[in-house]
Design a protein around this ligand. Structure first.
Ligand code: IMP
Length: 179
């Protein structure tokens, strides 16, 4: 499919599944190397990262602890200024090396808040792995440790990412066609 329509918006094919998988495998390989001999706690950030989380863990294929959290700070195609903890981290993070698995870093607002909260909560180390990164959109102090693909500042859907809850189930990534 070269084009899809979700509600009032038109999207065109941007990154094909093969390229996404290759990038995720590279990220997973780096993580695997860095966690050798450590006992990290992975935190998968729902909903957008569900495919990324599954792919990374599938590649790691080991005895790792994985939990999930959910935040919201995004509405439609615009980022609002509040982080809502819809599903906070329930595991004991004190003294743990924590690795966040996130779908995309846009302004960095969400991860700036979450990483600060985890550090304040006593995590010994907080790392961030993101499938996608929009460096031109960054407005907060966040430096991801692992990046799948850097992309331009366009609104995208697919591979877990949504537009008003639609589009998550596509295996490729599509970008918005501005009319
Ligand atoms: P940030 O706090 O501005 O970095 O936004 C992070 C969150 O906004 C991500 O976890 C996504 O859920 C959402 N988001 C950011 N950019 C996009 C996009 O292009 N498409 C869909 N969701 C996005």
């Amino acid at each position: 499919m070269d084009r899809i329509r979700l509600k009032d918006k038109e999207f065109e094919l941007y990154i094909a599944e093969k390229e996404i998988k290759k990038a995720i495998e590279r990220v997973a390989r780096q993580i695997k190397k860095d966690i050798e001999g450590k006992n990290p706690l992975f935190i998968g950030v729902l909903n957008g990262a569900f495919m990324f989380i599954a792919d990374v863990m599938h590649y790691l294929n080991g005895p790792y602890e994985l939990t999930f959290a959910r935040y919201s700070s995004y509405q439609g195609t615009d980022t609002s200024g509040m982080v809502n903890e819809i599903m906070p981290v329930k595991s004991d993070i004190r003294g743990r090396c924590v690795i966040l698995l996130e779908d995309i870093i846009d302004t960095g607002f969400t991860m700036n808040y979450v990483m600060r909260k985890l550090r304040d909560g006593g995590a010994s180390e907080v790392r961030l792995a993101t499938m996608l990164y929009k460096p031109d959109a960054l407005r907060h102090n966040v430096t991801p440790d692992y990046v799948g693909l850097e992309i331009a500042n366009d609104f995208i859907v697919g591979y877990g990412l949504d537009y008003d809850e639609l589009g998550r189930a596509y295996k490729d990534i599509y970008k918005i066609v501005e009319s």
